[in-house]
Design a protein around this ligand. Structure first.
Ligand code: 4NP
Length: 155
């Protein structure tokens, strides 16, 4: 079993959507994968995803309405094999909590799965409009498709 954690800042927009998309893809492939998401901040702990995230996911046949935001904790380095972050500030926040190189090696910028070594970010859609959420969906969908394919060959 592979354990995968998606991380953003608030855990109400990007990472819950990534969690929902990857779960849908891995379930479709019948893969044995545990998927979760977390935020680097404590801003929205216990909240359901942003309404715009829930609506966007629903438009793509995915239900993320019941997920609840939580904050990334050091124990996540033990609980997960791969930790995908959405942007460079998530990357530095998670890396700053790493205890050793094994922890650090688990942390990857999500879009490097699609555009290797480009260090591109999934833009934060929180302060924008609906189109920002759809742009995020398109990026996450591409990345999750490749992750699901790679899991299919390794698990
Ligand atoms: P997320 O988006 O990191 O994709 O969940 C944000 C959610 C909330 C805030 C910023 C980004 N905020 O500043 O409260």
């Amino acid at each position: 079993m592979t354990n995968i954690l998606m991380v953003c800042l608030g855990n109400i927009c990007r990472s819950p959507l990534a969690e929902g998309i990857l779960r849908a893809k891995t379930e479709k492939l019948g893969l044995n994968v545990k998927i979760d998401s977390a935020g680097t901040s404590n801003y929205h702990i216990g909240e359901h995803p942003d309404k715009r995230t829930v609506l966007n996911a629903m438009n793509h046949g995915i239900d993320v309405s019941k997920l609840k935001a939580r904050q990334f904790i050091v124990d996540d380095f033990d609980a997960f094999d791969r930790i995908f972050v959405m942007d460079s500030s998530n990357y530095s926040d998670v890396i700053s909590l790493a205890r050793n190189n094994d922890d650090k090696r688990k942390v990857e910028l999500l879009l490097n799965c699609v555009y290797p070594m480009s260090n591109m970010s999934v833009p934060d859609p929180y302060f924008g409009g609906e189109q920002g959420f759809e742009n995020v969906y398109i990026l996450l969908d591409k990345a999750c498709e490749l992750i699901a394919e790679s899991l299919q060959t390794t698990s």
